[in-house]
Ligand binder design. Structure first.
Ligand SMILES: [Zn+2]
Ligand SMILES: [Zn+2]
Ligand SMILES: [Zn+2]
Length: 252
């Protein structure tokens, strides 16, 4: 009797697993997003990371993540800001992430606000962008690594918070105010490559610059030089040209 029950159970199990396996087989029909973060998004060299898709719907109304590895599966417009509480890697995957929050009664909103151990952001497609009407990234994690992404912000491109080590390994930061704000205490800023442009100050506070270019373009100048620049832009416009600054600033 026991044997019969176990055989019957085995048959029932097999029958119940079969359609499940079928369904799983169909469910696995998606692209695996996998590449390194630290090694220029190489699919062969460096530590390979498997990224999960991130959408506005997945983020939900609170726009918070515990941590993990995510790639943007679509352009995301945030109502608030994306807070991340643990270790995380984000690949922009050629998409933009924008926050519609403007500066509001003393509270600076950023697009991304990482607060965990290590946060890294990269882009394997080359045109991924963070667009902010306020701060781009408030770097509050212990370590924040920026690779080849582009940030354009009205306020600070990156605000490096107390106790954070911020490493810039490439990409572009353009701010109408300050590119990298290093004015908080006990932080470490290492700028290895990439370019920073700002209309007020590219780097505010002390930073170790090992090779990041500071954009000296006329478009970041005020006063007489700024006026000259506006005339140059007007001529460009008449010629039908639409140049972008090396730092990513839109020229008009
Ligand atoms: Zn990617
Ligand atoms: Zn320029
Ligand atoms: Zn520039």
């Amino acid at each position: 009797m026991k044997k019969f029950i176990s055989i019957a159970l085995a048959i029932i199990l097999a029958l119940s697993v079969m359609p499940m396996a079928y369904a799983l087989d169909l469910d696995f029909d998606f692209d695996v997003h996998m590449h390194s973060v630290s090694n220029s998004c190489s699919t062969e060299e460096g530590d390979q990371v498997i990224f999960l898709p991130l959408t506005k719907e997945i983020l939900g109304e609170y726009e918070r993540l515990g941590g993990g590895n995510f790639y943007l599966a679509e352009d995301i417009v945030l109502d608030y800001q994306l807070e991340i509480f643990n270790d995380a890697n984000i690949c922009l995957n050629g998409h933009t992430i924008t926050s519609t929050r403007e500066y509001n009664s003393g509270h600076a909103y950023s697009v991304i606000d990482p607060q965990g151990g290590t946060f890294s952001i990269c882009d394997c497609k080359g045109n991924g962008e963070i667009i902010s009407k306020n701060v781009g990234i408030t770097a509050r994690a212990d370590v924040c690594n920026m690779y080849n992404i582009k940030i354009t912000a009205r306020s600070n491109g990156i605000y490096v918070s107390d106790g954070c080590t911020f490493n810039m390994y490439g990409g572009k930061i353009y701010s109408e105010s300050i590119g990298v704000d290093a004015s908080d205490e006990n932080n470490t800023i290492n700028l290895y490559s990439g370019i920073i442009g700002a209309d007020y100050q590219a780097v505010y506070g002390s930073a170790n610059n090992f090779g990041t270019e500071i954009c000296k373009d006329l478009c970041h100048k005020n006063g007489f030089m700024g006026l000259i620049w506006k005339i140059v832009c007007f001529i460009y416009k008449l010629m039908g040209k639409n140049p972008e600054c090396a730092c990513g600033a839109v020229h008009y």
